[in-house]
Design a protein around this ligand. Structure first.
Ligand SMILES: Cc1ncc(COP(=O)(O)O)c(C=O)c1O
Length: 484
C-alpha cells in the first residue's frame, strides 16, 4: 500500500493560503540565520549582535521577572519548602502566606494535576476580586476562563462565533496579526476598520458604521468587534468618551465586543488611563442583558512580561446560559490551562498591597520597569521623528512604535524589483546593515500606499542610544542611496 502522501497542496488551505503571522515571519527567520552566522563566523557581519525589536517578549531582552510573583510560584511548585525553617529567611512573608493560601485552594495541593476546565476556583475568585477592585463594579468567578495566554482565548471565541466565510469580525487596521490569523484559520471574514494615524490612531465610529454597512450589503453577518486597548502595533490609549461610543455602537448593532486589554498596565502618559470596557459599559448603566462582552488579559505584558509562562484569562459577560455551556464545552476539550500560568494570572490581578512585606520592593520593581519603558518609548519616538521621511505618533501605551516611512520612488522601485513590499525591503536592509529586527507594517495591515515598521520599546535602556545611532546611520545611508 502506498504511503499516505502529505504535501503543501493537500494541507488545509486556511493554514497554507490564508494565515500569516508576520511577527515571526520572513525577517525574523533571516535574523535567526544571521545570528547563527555570528556564532560560527564572528566578525563576518557589520554588527556583533541581533537586536530583536520584532516581538513583545520583554524577558527575552533582559527584563527581570518581578520577585514576588516568582517567589509565590516557586513555593507553590515545591510546597515542601514551606515546611523548612530556612524558607522564612529566603522568601518574603507575604509570598509564603500567598503560596499557602493558593495551595489550600488547589485540590490535593497538586499543581501537577488537571484543574477545572475554567481554571482553579480559588484563583478565579482572586481574579474576580482583582477585577472588581480595578473597576469598582462586581465581577464573578464563574465568568472567568483561565487560558494559556490571551491567544487561546481569542481562538476560542473565533471558533465559537465564526460558522463560515459569511461571518465577519470587525478588526482594527493596523492590528495585531493574532486576529487576522485566527479569523483566517476559522474561515471567517475580516471586516477592517481603519485607525486614523493623523489623529494619533483614533478610532472613528463613522468609519466603523461605514464598514459595517458595506459588509452587510455584501451579505456578511458581522458578529463581533475587536478593540485592542492600549493598541498594538499603534500604541494609542482610547479616551473614555470614545470607549462609550464603541460600547453604544456594539449594543445598537448587536455585536459582541471582544476587548483585548492585555496592555492594561502599560500606559506612559499622564493624561490617559486604562478603563476596562466592562467598567465603561457598567458606568453607562448597561448590564449583562445589554451587551455580550469578552475581556482578554494576559501575564505576558504589563510590567510582569511573563510570556513564556503562558497565563491569561477571558472574562465573559452578557452571554446566555446555553451559550456559556458551549464556551465551557470548548474550554473542556483542552482540559485546562497550565497551572503556573493560572497562579500568575491570579497574582498579576492581586499584587502586593501597601502594608504587605513585599510591597516596597514590588512597587520599586514595577515602577522601575514602567518608568524605563516610558523613557525608552520617548527616546525612540524622538529619534524617529528627527529623521527625514519618518513620522511617528506618540506611544501612549503598549510596547511599540509604528512609524510611517515616506520612501523615495527609487526605493519603492528597487523593492518591486526584489519582489518585496517597500516596508519589507526597508526592514530587510535595516537588519542586514545593523542587526536590528523590526516588522514591516504590511504584517499588521495599513492604509494602502502607506508604509510602516513596528519597533518594540523593549531593548534594555542602556542599549537604546546605540540602537538609535545605528538606526540613524542606516536610514541616512538608505535615503541617500535611493534619493529621487
Ligand atoms: C494585542 C495582543 N493581544 C494578545 C497577545 C497574545 O499574547 P499572549 O497569548 O502571550 O497572552 C499579544 C501578544 O503580543 C498582543 O500584543
Amino acid at each position: 500500500m502506498a504511503a499516505p502522501s502529505v504535501a503543501v497542496d493537500n494541507l488545509n488551505p486556511k493554514v497554507v493560503l490564508n494565515c500569516e503571522y508576520a511577527v515571526r515571519g520572513e525577517i525574523v527567520i533571516h535574523a535567526q540565520r544571521l545570528q547563527q552566522q555570528l556564532q560560527t563566523q564572528p566578525g563576518s557581519l557589520p554588527f556583533d549582535e541581533i537586536l530583536y525589536c520584532n516581538i513583545g517578549n520583554p524577558q527575552s531582552l533582559g527584563q527581570k521577572p518581578v520577585t514576588f510573583f516568582r517567589e509565590v510560584i516557586a513555593l507553590c511548585d515545591h510546597p515542601c519548602l514551606l515546611e523548612k525553617e530556612e524558607t522564612k529567611s529566603l522568601f518574603s512573608a507575604d509570598a509564603i502566606s500567598r503560596a499557602t493560601t493558593i495551595l489550600a485552594s488547589i485540590p490535593g495541593r497538586a499543581t501537577g494535576a488537571y484543574s477545572h476546565s475554567q481554571g482553579i476556583k480559588g484563583l478565579r475568585d482572586a481574579i474576580a476580586a482583582g477585577i472588581a477592585s480595578r473597576d469598582g463594579y462586581p465581577a464573578n468567578a464563574d465568568d472567568i476562563f483561565l487560558t494559556d495566554g490571551a491567544s487561546p482565548g481569542v481562538h476560542m471565541m473565533m471558533q465559537l462565533l465564526i460558522r463560515n466565510e459569511k461571518d465577519g469580525i470587525l478588526c482594527p487596521i493596523p492590528q495585531y496579526p493574532l486576529y487576522s490569523a485566527s479569523i483566517a484559520l476559522h474561515g471567517g471574514a475580516l471586516v477592517p476598520y481603519y485607525l486614523n494615524e493623523s489623529t494619533g490612531w483614533g478610532l472613528e465610529i463613522s468609519d466603523l458604521k461605514k464598514q459595517l454597512e458595506d459588509s452587510r450589503l455584501k451579505g456578511i453577518d458581522v458578529r463581533a468587534l475587536v478593540v485592542i486597548n492600549p493598541g498594538n502595533p499603534t500604541g494609542q490609549v482610547l479616551a473614555e468618551e470614545n470607549q462609550r461610543d464603541i460600547v453604544k455602537f456594539c449594543k445598537n448593532e448587536g455585536l459582541v465586543l471582544l476587548a483585548d486589554e492585555v496592555y492594561q498596565e502599560n500606559i506612559y502618559v499622564d493624561n490617559k488611563k486604562f478603563n476596562s470596557f466592562k467598567k465603561i459599559a457598567r458606568s453607562m448603566g448597561y448590564n449583562e442583558d445589554d451587551l455580550p462582552l469578552v475581556s482578554f488579559q494576559s501575564v505576558s505584558k504589563g510590567y510582569y512580561g511573563e510570556c513564556g509562562k503562558r497565563g491569561g484569562y477571558m472574562e465573559i459577560t452578557g452571554f446566555s446560559a446555553p451559550v456559556r455551556e458551549q464556551i465551557y464545552k470548548v474550554a473542556s476539550v483542552n482540559l485546562c490551562s497550565n497551572i503556573t500560568g493560572q497562579i500568575l494570572a491570579s497574582l498579576v490581578m492581586n499584587p502586593p498591597k501597601a502594608g504587605d512585606a513585599s510591597y516596597a520592593s514590588y512597587k520599586a520593581e514595577k515602577d522601575g520597569i514602567l518608568q524605563s519603558l516610558a523613557r525608552r518609548a520617548k527616546a525612540l519616538e524622538n529619534a524617529f521623528n528627527s529623521l527625514e521621511g519618518i513620522t511617528c505618533n506618540k506611544t501612549e501605551g503598549a510596547m511599540y512604535l509604528f512609524p510611517q516611512l515616506s520612501l523615495p520612488q527609487k526605493a519603492i522601485d528597487a523593492a518591486k524589483a526584489a519582489n518585496k513590499a517597500p516596508d519589507a525591503f526597508y526592514a530587510l536592509r535595516l537588519l542586514e546593515a545593523t542587526g536590528i529586527v523590526v516588522v514591516p507594517g504590511s504584517g499588521f495591515g495599513q492604509v494602502p500606499g502607506t508604509w510602516h515598521i513596528r519597533c518594540t520599546i523593549l531593548p534594555q535602556e542602556e542599549k537604546i542610544p546605540a540602537i538609535i545611532s545605528r538606526f540613524k546611520a542606516f536610514h541616512e545611508g538608505f535615503m541617500a542611496a535611493y534619493r529621487d
